[in-house]
Design a protein around this ligand. Structure first.
Ligand code: PLP
Length: 323
């Protein structure tokens, strides 16, 4: 532990715990995230050249850890980025939770970020067999505002993502479908939405396919005819979106509950025609969409609760992340 850290943490009401992973500490080493940690030449900072995951931990139980580790590996593959092994991440996350527990301040709702960058510019030699990137885990209490917004209806605007539906395949260097550190565009889209009176965004391609939110997956629900199960659908990930771990977990539980599932190229018209639309993500869980631009959408709080309950089953995430 770094000098003076314990005192610092005890005084700090928004305490956070950091755990770095490097060649000398493959199972993690605690650091103080309130102190400077990153070199100014780190490629994650100067080029956004890195990837991340954001996980949710409730009451000390990490949700969907395997699915997040698989998506991290998938992003690393797309970016050709060296990655510490899964056991290093598991050990580092456990160490961070243990640190909170030891201090007696484990928050009930915790956000856990896994971050890895291509490392420091020019260092070390490219042929060094040891992991040479920068990798860390950051554990922070989940933001109160985000927790309070769970299940609340949101107004969204459809925004052009600036590429067509063939871009993911045609231009792999765009890294579509990888969860890279380059989220400035996603954040700019959210600011644009807020300036225009919306809570969130659904991106679409320039040729009119529904993609995802800047930090969430789009879910559509069609109610079946009397006596038949509802149908749950989501955009196909071949269009260059992130395979959502929340969507995957909901689909796994819904399938077990007998719902019909669908993955498709979806148009804005199909969004409007759905009985209900939701945005889903790991910490915010499920938000019902009450308006898409100037089209009002029906909100059903029971259905929101039902989807949230499916998520709480915490089944292993199936098909969407299996390559
Ligand atoms: N799509 C994007 C672009 C995201 O950033 C996120 C999460 O932050 C999601 C989808 C939802 O992913 P998950 O359900 O794994 O949190």
């Amino acid at each position: 532990m770094l000098a003076g850290m314990a005192e610092h943490f005890q005084e700090d009401s928004v305490a956070a715990v950091g755990v770095r992973i490097d060649a000398e500490h493959p199972h993690g080493m605690i650091f103080d995230p309130h102190q400077p940690q990153l070199r100014v030449t780190d490629l994650g900072a100067i080029r956004g050249d890195g990837i991340f995951e954001t996980m949710y931990c409730f009451g000390g139980e990490i949700r969907k850890l395997d699915a997040h580790l698989r998506r991290l590996a998938r992003s690393a593959g797309i970016c050709e980025l060296p990655l510490p092994p899964a056991e290093s991440w598991r050990a580092a996350v456990d160490l961070g939770i243990e640190e909170f527990s030891t201090r007696g301040t484990l928050p009930e709702h915790l956000t856990i970020k896994l971050v890895v960058t291509r490392g420091v510019e020019g260092e070390p030699a490219a042929d060094d067999p040891a992991f040479a990137g920068t990798a860390w885990v950051l554990l922070t209490p989940a933001p109160e505002a985000l927790l309070a917004s769970r299940g609340e209806p949101i107004a969204v605007t459809l925004l052009d993502r600036g590429h067509d539906s063939t871009a993911a395949e045609r231009a792999p260097w765009l890294l579509l479908g990888a969860k890279t550190l380059s989220y400035a565009v996603n954040m700019a889209a959210l600011r644009h939405a807020k300036q225009h009176g919306f809570d969130d965004v659904i991106f679409r391609t320039s040729d009119g396919q529904v993609l995802e939110g800047p930090t969430s997956t789009v879910l559509l629900v069609h109610r079946g005819a009397e006596g038949s199960p509802p149908r749950l659908s989501t955009p196909e990930r071949e269009s260059g979106i992130l395979p959502g771990t929340t969507q995957g977990a909901i689909f796994a539980a819904a399938e077990r509950a007998g719902w019909e599932l669908g993955y498709g190229p979806l148009t804005p018209e199909e969004l409007h025609a759905a009985d209900h639309v939701f945005l889903a993500s790991s910490v915010r869980l499920v938000s019902p969409v009450s308006r898409i631009d100037d089209v009002e959408m029906p909100v059903d709080h029971d259905l929101t609760a039902e989807l949230t309950a499916l998520l709480a089953e915490d089944l292993p995430v199936g098909r969407p992340l299996d390559d």
